[in-house]
Every structure is written in C-alpha cells, then in structure tokens.
Write a protein that binds this ligand. Structure first.
Ligand code: SF4
Length: 324
C-alpha cells in the first residue's frame, strides 16, 4: 500500500487546555486510488493531512502516537531534511486557498519552472517550456502567454488549476488535496474535481481528498473515511456508504445534501454543533447529537466495528442504522 496511517494521535496545547485533534486515526491509500476524508470543520481531517505531509506547526501541535508509512517507510522516524525531500518530490499538497499558497510577486511560469530548476536541474528555458506544458495539461487557455502572468491575474478556478499543476510537476506518488474546491462556485468545483480525477488516473497517483462536502466526492472517491471529533467513525467504499450508511453521523450528513433522486423530500440538518476538542464528550462523542443514542453511548466509547470485510463503523448500533 502507498500510504498507511496507523493509530495517529495529534494534540494541541491551547489556552483552554489540550485539544485532542486526532485520536487514533487509521487508513490506507493505494496507488491510483482516491480516499476522501470527510468531516465538519474541527473534525481533525486537515490536521491529519498536515501530519501526513509533515507541515504541522509544532509547537503547538504534537504528534503523540502512531505511524505514518509512506512507500513502506515510517515518516515519523525520518529526519526533517529527508521529509522535506519526500515532500514536493514524492508527495504534494493542493491547498484550499491558492491565492495565499502561491507567491504573489512571481509569475506562475517562474513558480512552476522553479520546481524543475531546483529538483530536476533543468535550465531556465527548459523549465519554462515544462511549465507551459503543465499549464496546458491542466487546461489553462493560452498557456504560452499566460505563463508570464501573476497569480492575481487568474480567476479562482484557474488559480486552483495552477496549484494542481504545481503539485503534479514532479509526478508525486501521493497528492493530498485539502478542500481544493471550497472557494469555487459549483460549476467550477465540478470541473476541478473532474480534472483531479483524470490526472489521478493518468499519473496513477494516490489521492487523499479532504472535504466537508459529501456532495463533491461521489464521482471522484473510491472510499470515504468519515471523521468526527478526531476519530474515523465510518470507513467504506463510496457506493456502499451512499447506499446505506452504517453510522448515524454519516446518515445525517447524507440527509443534509440535496439529491436529485430524493426530489421533494425534506432536507435534514444534524442538530447541535461538533464538540470542542478540549472537551470531547465521554462515550461516543456524537451522542449529544445522535437520534439513536442510548445510555450505553454516554459511557462506552464504540470501537470500530467490522460491518463487512471492506467497511467499518464506530457505532454500537450500526446494524440498526444500516437497516433504517
Ligand atoms: Fe449514536 Fe450511540 Fe451510535 Fe454513537 S454509538 S452514533 S450515540 S447510536
């Protein structure tokens, strides 16, 4: 497997106490496959992604346990210099906000070209030609001219394409995209998602897609891991999860997105708010919001139950959820 995360724990020291941001997360991604990590803001999904990339601000963040195996090597045991080499060349990240991730004073051609000069030892002229090719590949019209433009001269969707081009420049084995389409309108969102899916197939890379939006991943992801309060509460192949969720939280998320096949049905919002990570409820962290909660949920933390060989749920009553 390309990437395996085992029992990862991350905490932050804050003025209000220790925030338990990631509490025993585990998942795997194969080459050529896409895992969507889904959760509301504060669920720990972006912190997990940053831990894998090795870009957590530490302090205040602290990885207190777990293993992150990338191509068989535990990244948490590598020296920072070695991690830096892997980052960029073999794993890359697409951020939500391209405008702040790109350098505003350099042309996009210079920024893309620099990757080839620094990592591949190319001449500036050859690097510029590769930059144009890449911009073409992510379908930026008039790439040969636009390579001289600065990031602010592009629309949000085009900037996101440039971010994707930068991530792919060195043909990494793994790309982590953290909410890559959140700032875009719906039509552009779909185009950028399609592009990511197409490039993932072409480059046979593993893709981890971090998102809060279950609506955008259906056509792109192979699997979904749903996070709540720093834990994975359900993990399943995408179609199984859409057809019959095995966790009340997933079910709530599904019922809150508009679907063409459920036209006319009322949309349900999950009541309440996600818990503070400095004060996660005992037992099942979802119990204050869960319509199926019973006494046992308030005291007994549910393990990840095996629903079948390919899916799991951290709910004592997953069978009931699946049937309902
Ligand atoms: Fe709801 Fe209980 Fe299942 Fe948690 S364990 S999701 S509270 S039914």
């Amino acid at each position: 497997m390309l990437l395996e995360v085992h029992d990862l724990h991350v905490e932050f020291r804050t003025r209000d106490g220790v925030a338990h941001a990631v509490n025993g997360v585990g998942f795997g991604v194969d080459a050529g496959r896409t895992l969507a990590v889904l959760g509301e803001s504060g669920s720990g999904k972006s912190v997990t992604a940053q831990a894998v990339m090795g870009i957590l601000d530490s302090p205040p963040a602290r990885i207190t346990g777990g293993r992150i195996l990338f191509q068989g090597r535990d990244l948490l045991r590598l020296k920072e210099e070695e991690r830096r080499r892997i980052r960029g060349a073999r794993m890359a990240m697409v951020f939500q906000d391209a405008l702040s991730a790109l350098n505003p004073v350099l042309t996009v051609g210079d920024q893309l070209g620099e990757m080839f000069v620094v990592h591949r030892g190319m001449s500036k002229k050859d690097a510029r030609a590769r930059a144009v090719e890449l911009m073409d590949r992510v379908r930026i019209p008039g790439a040969a001219q636009r390579v001289r433009d600065h990031p602010h001269q592009f629309s949000g969707g085009m900037r996101q394409r440039i971010m994707i081009a930068m991530a792919l420049a060195l043909e990494p084995a793994l790309v982590i995209a953290d909410e890559p389409t959140t700032a875009l309108d719906v039509t552009v969102q779909a185009q950028v998602m399609d592009l990511l899916a197409e490039l993932r197939r072409e480059y046979r890379m593993g893709l981890v897609l971090i998102t809060h939006d279950l609506g955008v991943v259906a056509d792109v992801a192979d699997r979904i891991a749903v996070m709540y309060a720093g834990r994975i509460v359900e993990s399943a192949p995408v179609h199984d999860l859409y057809r019959a969720p095995a966790h009340p939280y997933t079910k709530g998320l599904l019922e809150s997105i508009p679907r063409l096949d459920r036209k006319g049905r009322e949309l349900h919002a999950i009541k309440g708010l996600p818990p503070s990570l400095t004060d996660i409820p005992a037992g099942c962290a979802f119990h204050p919001r869960c319509p199926l909660a019973r006494d046992v949920c308030r005291t007994g933390t549910p393990p990840l139950y095996e629903v079948d060989e390919d899916r799991s749920s951290a709910c004592h009553f997953w069978r009931e959820c699946l049937d309902g």
